[in-house]
Design a protein around this ligand. Structure first.
Ligand code: DOR
Length: 437
């Protein structure tokens, strides 16, 4: 039974991008009233939010939460706790778990696990293999089809045009691509002999490998007019290409790490900076920022991909690629807004509104009467560093340790229930399965 919630005297980000100082009531999990002052009802739980700013809950559209099969890195409970700490009220999760999410049965299993364990709302991608076209067309509910064009091992790698084209030619649902050209990566790997510096990762999986795959995906999307989403865009040359060529039915995302970190990170944090697609140069950071600000890139995802410190300590290339992100993405971007790089309203659009729209998630992404009560209250004045000992994700580290951020969530609210409150997780809260379209 969800009690009613009254949030009092917050700075509320409205759909018209203005802020209103006022109150928001949530009844039965949905926003029922927004006004400069609302009368408290006897059954209301009240949050006194003077000095705090209310944003729509973050929807993270690319995460790897490791359950089932890889729970030593993360599981749906720990990952959803990390989400709650980071202001993430919904996530879309990737299929490279064990077993791979390539069948209706595997999808159902994840949905069931999530219903039992997740503090926040959840949706799952179906993974493409060269053989599972009928599953890709029919499995439900799913936010879309994920194709690893590169950087995957085993059955989830679908890397040749001959294998990829039938997926674009069949069905109508959204296709999201990890765009790296595996053929080129394989060739380039042969050209290197010294792997002692993990920075070589960015040389092997170079910008051209990313561009080749993005160009192929776009070509097929245009041929079949197929809804395409390009995951974690990492290079300036892809952004420049999309600026010229991106049709209205294609979207693209970028991660905070591809905006804020670059190859200089290897010297500081070694293999903790290793991910796919790799970190690039300062020039790429700048061009990606410009593309985001101009709307060439539509929204932000973390690609939260936790690995244990023990795994990351292996020498490259045995060290796995990936870094966690759900706890830091929102404060990182709000800190950028505070520094004047973008506005708070743009951050809310990139991390919530535009994501709900792109994936057709009803009633999410805005603070508006009738919308779901998925909200995050932040303090835009309080500074606090990213500290390893505070990381909630099972992996227990962050590539942003030591960064001083403002805009940490004070309260994260999921369907009107307080899931996180000033350092305390309410682990009994449960999210719901997302629907799409
Ligand atoms: O760096 C990455 N790690 N990129 C991916 O696309 C997959 C991820 C993982 O699952 O570890």
């Amino acid at each position: 039974m969800t009690a009613n919630l009254l949030i009092r005297q917050a700075q509320i980000l409205l759909p018209n991008q203005d802020f209103l100082k006022g109150d928001v009531r949530i009844e039965q999990g949905k926003i029922s009233a927004i006004a400069s002052e609302l009368e408290a009802q006897t059954e209301d739980k009240i949050i006194e939010a003077e000095g705090l700013t209310l944003f729509p809950g973050v929807i993270d559209p690319q995460v790897h939460f490791r359950e089932p099969g890889l729970e030593h890195k993360e599981d749906l409970f720990t990952a959803s706790c990390a989400c709650a700490r980071g202001g993430v009220t919904s996530f879309l999760e990737m299929p490279n778990t064990r077993p791979l999410t390539t069948t209706q049965a595997a999808l159902d299993d994840k949905l069931q696990r999530a219903a039992q364990k997740c503090l926040v709302n959840y949706g799952f991608f179906m993974g493409a293999t060269p053989e599972n076209l009928p599953d890709l067309r029919e499995a439900n509910p799913s936010c879309g089809i994920k194709i690893f064009m590169g950087s995957a091992h085993g059955a989830l790698l679908v890397s040749t045009e001959a294998e990829i084209e039938p997926i674009f030619a069949t069905g109508t649902r959204l296709i999201a691509v990890h765009a790296e050209d595996q053929g080129r990566i394989n060739e380039r790997r042969q050209q290197f002999t010294d792997f002692s510096d993990p920075a070589v990762h960015s040389q092997i999986q170079d910008p051209q490998a990313a561009l080749n795959a993005t160009q192929l995906a776009l070509k097929l999307s245009k041929k079949y007019q197929r809804r395409l989403h390009i995951l974690h865009l990492s290079t300036g040359i892809e952004a420049q290409f999309l600026r010229q060529e991106k049709p209205s039915w294609v979207t693209a995302e970028v991660t905070p790490q591809h905006l804020l970190l670059n190859q200089t990170a290897y010297a500081k944090i070694g293999t903790l900076a290793q991910m796919n697609p790799p970190l690039r140069t300062e020039w790429d950071n700048e061009v990606l920022w410009r593309a985001l600000l101009d709307g060439v890139i539509d929204f932000i995802a973390t690609d939260h991909a936790p690995h244990t410190l023990e795994e990351k300590a292996k020498p490259y290339p045995l060290s796995p690629s990936g870094m966690p992100g759900v706890e830091t993405s929102f404060p990182l971007m709000l800190t950028q807004a505070k520094r004047g790089r973008c506005t708070y309203a743009q951050v809310a659009n990139w991390m919530s509104t535009a994501v709900a729209k792109a994936y057709n998630i009803p009633n999410k992404g805005l603070i508006e009467v009738g919308y779901d009560g998925d909200l995050v209250l932040v303090n835009l004045e309080r500074e606090h560093p990213v500290l390893r000992e505070e990381v909630v994700s099972k992996c227990g580290w962050s590539p942003f340790e030591g960064w001083m951020l403002t805009g940490w969530p004070e309260y994260t609210i999921v369907g009107g229930q307080v899931a996180y409150e000033r350092g305390v997780l309410h682990t009994e809260v449960r999210g719901k399965a997302l629907s799409f379209g």
